[in-house]
Write a protein that binds this ligand. Sequence first.
Ligand code: FES
Length: 295
Amino acid sequence: MRTWQPLEQLIGRIEQLSVLDRPADLVNGVLRKAIPQGSVEDALSGTPIGHPLHPAMVTVPIGAWTSSLVFDVIGDDTAARRLIAIGCVSALPTAAAGAADWMSTHGPERRVGLVHALLNYTALGAYAMSWLARRRGRRARGVMLSLAGAGLVSASGWLGGHLSYSLGIGVDTTVFEQLPEDWTDVTAETVLPADGEFVAADAGGVPVLLSRHNGTVTALADRCTHRGGPLHEGELDGGCVVCPWHGSAFSLADGSVQAGPATRPQAVLETRIENGRLQVRRQDRRTMRTQLADP
Ligand code: FES
């Protein structure tokens, strides 16, 4: 089946709308002041729960607003009004979580994200006016505003899906990387990094980050799970590598996220020296659990 061309063309035009870049930069500057890097941004990004927060939260306002239409159909305006209020209140933290994700986007995804946000805020305004109209006894006007809001939310949801499924926002960017399962030659022992340094290497076609910390050579997937930043260009901070793009910190020992906005850990590789060569292989999760269980 062929893709419906008008939709593809429309989204392509939005992605190319460079006129949005300047307002996007201005909005980003304001957001950066409101959402400083650190625990607030991490919480809104979903770092503590290991999953992007925004897609989990959108179900509340969308669910409440959609359910209000059902009560409009059966004529229960009180229930519809309450659900609209729940949708409007829950839309605010949902928007904040989306804003945190949007701040680390660039180019086409930033433009699409801006239009997505504008549609959402317009929908929020329509639902807020709908609630007000119903409160004043103007139900027909309230229903019309709700329908307008539903249309806007649908259009926005379509763009949100495009952001995730086509442009990879919120996706673990390493998910399709096939790290070697068998021991794979990477480099000579003599060119291994000095303590506190990073070296980029190739393990069976997958870029890996080699480091030596307290005398132990460690290997992580080099491509940051957040947006694909090259970790070998990052900095060492304690036992972590800090991504050069948005500052996520990953433990060199086990790849765990120590600071966001990343939500997913880096893949870890086992290392060994054989005949003067460093070899790596993907760490077996069962091995990890066994090691953790040992006293
Ligand atoms: S790419 Fe964003 S923190 Fe690494």
